[in-house]
Design a protein around this ligand. Structure first.
Ligand code: RIB
Length: 295
């Protein structure tokens, strides 16, 4: 089988509006910020950029409005050499926005206003989801759209990966369409646990553990744990997206699940060393350098 792309990402694209502050506010509280920036983000676009920078021929399918935010995101997509032939440009919708607070400790809190992302339909994704060796989806676009992409990909023999973020419950019908699920510790509990995901048919469940690394779980084999790479972290925004994009890219390149796990851990770690979402995502040479770093 000849694939047009290595990785197809179906998902959200947002303009991220980021304020840094000493500490994040609690409910009803106002705190003073120390800086403000705007840049490209959205879990889908972040994962597409991560895969492309890791060396995968990547296509991104999402929906944006007809506004300045969309033009900024389109420039990023073009700069990173990502195919946008299935990207929807919607004249009557606003591009998605994410309001992000980042504390001095590098923690974040995020509110996503979906806008055009909510308009991505099943018919928008079915064809492109069969165009790549690996399909990668998340949950910032309608669940029916995610299901359509997974279903079309599964029928075409594409390897399907779900990053179930933001956390929500999903039907067993959707979960059964996933070859690999990449949740964090919170998300895996909401989905019923690792054993349940494997029972529903996942070939692997990769649980990201933040500063403790990540673990690969498969049926009938011991878990494989990779420790977090030691780096100077400044902002964890999009670290999970970097992990997923790196994992998909390396799996599409023919790596084993364990090989893709280690590559993904390096990609995610590097994304914490720079501020922002898309601006923080590492290139292939940076990832290779971390993987071969002595000690
Ligand atoms: O995972 C980080 C992303 O979540 C941000 O870029 C923001 O847009 C939200 O989608």
């Amino acid at each position: 089988m000849t694939w047009r792309f290595d990785v197809c990402v179906v998902g959200s694209a947002n303009l991220d509006l980021v304020a840094t502050t000493d500490r994040l506010p609690g409910p009803g509280e106002t705190v003073l910020g120390s800086s403000y920036t705007e840049h490209a983000g959205g879990k889908g676009l972040n994962q597409a950029v991560a895969a492309a920078r890791a060396g995968a021929r990547t296509t991104f399918c999402g929906a944006v409005g007809d506004d300045d935010a969309a033009r900024r995101l389109l420039a990023v997509i073009a700069d990173d050499g990502i195919d946008a032939s299935a990207l929807r440009l919607l004249p009557n919708a606003a591009t998605g926005r994410a309001l992000i607070g980042v504390s001095a400790a590098g923690e974040n809190s995020i509110i996503v206003v979906a806008g055009a992302n909510r308009e991505l339909t099943e018919s928008d994704v079915s064809a492109i989801a069969t165009s790549a060796r690996v399909l990668l989806v998340q949950l910032e676009v309608p669940v029916a759209t995610v299901r359509a992409a997974l279903s079309a990909a599964r029928a075409a023999g594409v390897t399907t990966i779900l990053n179930p973020a933001p956390a929500m419950t999903l039907s067993s019908e959707i979960l059964a369409l996933c070859d690999v699920v990449i949740p964090n510790e919170h998300e895996v509990e909401i989905l019923g646990g690792v054993a349940e995901l494997l029972r529903l048919g996942a070939r692997a469940v990769v649980v990201t553990l933040g500063a403790r690394g990540a673990k690969l779980c498969t049926s009938g084999a011991d878990d494989v744990v990779v420790a977090a790479f030691a780096v100077e972290s400044v902002d964890t925004t999009a670290a999970g997206d970097a992990f997923c994009g790196g994992f998909a890219a390396e799996l599409a390149a023919g790596a084993s699940l364990a090989g893709a796990l280690r590559f993904a851990a390096a990609t995610g770690a590097l994304a914490t060393t720079r501020a922002g979402a898309v601006p923080s995502l590492p290139t292939r040479p940076e990832i290779d350098a971390l993987l071969t770093r002595p000690g």
